[in-house]
Design a protein. Structure first.
Length: 534
């Protein structure tokens, strides 16, 4: 059997949904998660000289632009490719492979352009690239036309020839007809690829059929995260991974792809009335009632990896008989990851007490009262710490991270060690050295509160234990039932408007109870200093 490779093209083919504007952080995050998942080949976008460079977009005018977006990332042996729609990016925009972040280039073309397109493939190959010939609308090829294409390909010897089911028309007999034709006549070292579209909901099934076909030739199967793509979408790569793990002995880290869905891809997905859903995927893959998944996802504090681990702890008949109290018990047990944090507190005490301390929260006043914050920073030269996010207008020295979901969203910003991270022990890092200081989650929560893990309250407890006597807060606006409560709307939990009065009252009480130990001063406008309505 030849090698079987899995190729992700989310950042390229998925870009039809959002005009390739994923945002720079999401481009980085998706790339890194695919590397961590063990994907063999990552396609990072289109090369198209007609489009200006935009660091937020995965459609780029030249290979230099690829370097600007992805160049500092660790690929760890993953093959990285881009795509050119033949005629949209000339050789003058392509540096040799030795000067490029790309290992390969996929050239897509219609059959009437096969001869000049294959010549272009040869020129790219001469620059050192692994070249893929992508046959647009493969179902339009007659057998005679396919044999002519094979003749051209054998002269060029690309890395692979790929069947592109542009309109999602193929069933398994169609796919295997073209596969056998290619397999019988291509030179043995040329791989065969398949790129599915899901108009007939056959993408995943066709991938399975191709993977099952025994040949000594290398095979490449394409997919996108969550099936992201125009029209009916593509074959979901997480499903292909699951099949390859179970049937072909692969060991892809599917949780990393699920994290990418949760933190990046879902932003561009409008939930339909029915259809493929990550919630039901998680339930089915863990043999459990979907209400367990919904309950844990609604916590908005857990990464998908953490949810998977909690679901894995479900036992016996309880898996399919939903019990909310059981789910809450497992959730609390999972969050309580006991560690010895004495050394962390000993290291933090002198750091947090050497200068005035300013803590930045995610409220809208960070932007609305930016001048007041800037004046305070100039006057006091404080140590700046932010909670669960990185503000755009203020540069913190430290981040306090108490929420796994927020950590996943922050991961791309934490790449190069720019910020020192104080994390609670429930947060799962990407490595054992992900955080500078780790503190016991269980000693910072309030088990009697409606929401046991209020991040501001947890940090105030940390400051008390570190011996801090005074702290200034900015961007902790409190909650309103009638307006947006966060600087970035995506940070707002579903429950905060419904429980605004409770959350404001609870925080006021905690601050009042601490006043003899820790003086809390508010720099920006807040509801936490108002009197209770009762």
């Amino acid at each position: 059997m030849g090698k079987i490779r899995l190729l992700d093209c989310t950042l390229r083919d998925g870009g039809y949904i959002n005009d390739w504007k994923f945002g720079h952080d999401h481009l980085v995050s998706v790339f890194e998660r695919l590397v961590d998942a063990g994907v063999d080949i990552i396609e990072i976008g289109f090369l198209d000289e007609r489009r200006p460079f935009d660091p937020d977009r995965s459609i780029m005018p030249d290979t230099d632009s690829v370097e600007k977006i992805y160049g500092g990332l660790d690929r760890r042996g993953t093959m990285v490719v881009g795509m050119i729609d033949y005629g949209t990016c000339g050789l003058s925009h392509i540096r040799p492979r030795s000067e490029s972040f790309l290992d390969g280039i996929r050239v897509i073309f219609k059959k009437h352009l096969m001869e000049p397109a294959m010549q272009f493939c040869a020129e790219l190959k001469a620059l050192g690239y692994e070249v893929f010939a992508q046959l647009v609308s493969v179902t339009s090829y007659s057998d005679a036309e396919m044999l002519r294409l094979i003749e051209l390909a054998n002269a060029v010897e690309p890395f692979a020839v790929s069947m592109v089911d542009t309109y999602g028309l193929m069933h398994q007999d169609d796919l295997m007809h073209y596969f056998r034709l290619l397999d019988a006549h291509l030179l043995p070292h040329i791989g065969i690829g398949y790129h599915a579209h899901n108009n007939f909901q056959m993408g995943y099934a066709n991938c399975i059929a191709m993977l099952a076909y025994e040949t000594d030739r290398d095979k490449i199967v394409d997919g996108t995260i969550y099936g992201m793509g125009k029209s009916a979408g593509n074959a979901p790569i997480e499903l292909i991974m699951m099949h390859m793990d179970h049937k072909l002995g692969k060991s892809y880290n599917i949780s990393q792809v699920l994290e990418a869905i949760d933190t990046s891809i879902s932003l561009f997905y409008q939930t339909p009335t029915w259809g493929y859903s990550m919630l039901y995927y998680l339930a089915a893959s863990n043999d459990c009632h979907p209400n367990y998944v919904a309950y844990l996802m609604n916590k908005r504090t857990l990464s998908v990896r953490s949810i998977n681990e909690i679901l894995g702890a479900l036992e016996g008949e309880r898996k399919l008989l939903y019990d909310q109290q059981y789910a809450e018990t497992l959730y609390r047990a999972y969050q309580t990851n006991e560690i010895n944090d004495a050394a962390a507190y000993a290291a933090l005490r002198p750091l947090l007490r050497e200068r005035p301390l300013l803590v930045i929260g995610p409220g809208r006043t960070v932007r609305e009262e930016a001048d007041r914050i800037a004046a305070f920073i100039r006057a006091e030269d404080p140590l700046i710490l932010s909670i669960n996010y990185v503000p755009e207008t203020v540069e913190p020295s430290y981040l306090f991270v108490s929420n796994s979901k927020r950590y996943v969203q922050l991961a791309s910003k934490l790449l190069h060690g720019r910020y020192r991270v104080i994390a609670t022990s429930n947060v799962s890092g990407t490595s054992k050295d992900a955080f500078d200081y780790v503190l016991n989650f269980s000693t910072l929560i309030d088990p009697e509160a409606v929401y046991i893990d209020n991040s501001l309250v947890m940090l105030l407890k940390v400051l008390c234990r570190a011996g801090v006597e005074t702290v200034t807060l900015a961007g902790f606006d409190g909650y309103s039932p009638d307006s947006a409560n966060y600087l970035y709307p995506g940070m707002e939990y579903d429950h905060v408007r419904q429980r605004a009065d409770y959350l404001n009252s609870y925080t006021r009480r905690i601050i009042a109870d601490m006043k003899d130990t820790l003086a809390v001063r508010f720099l920006t406008t807040t509801r936490y200093t108002e009197e209770d309505d009762a």
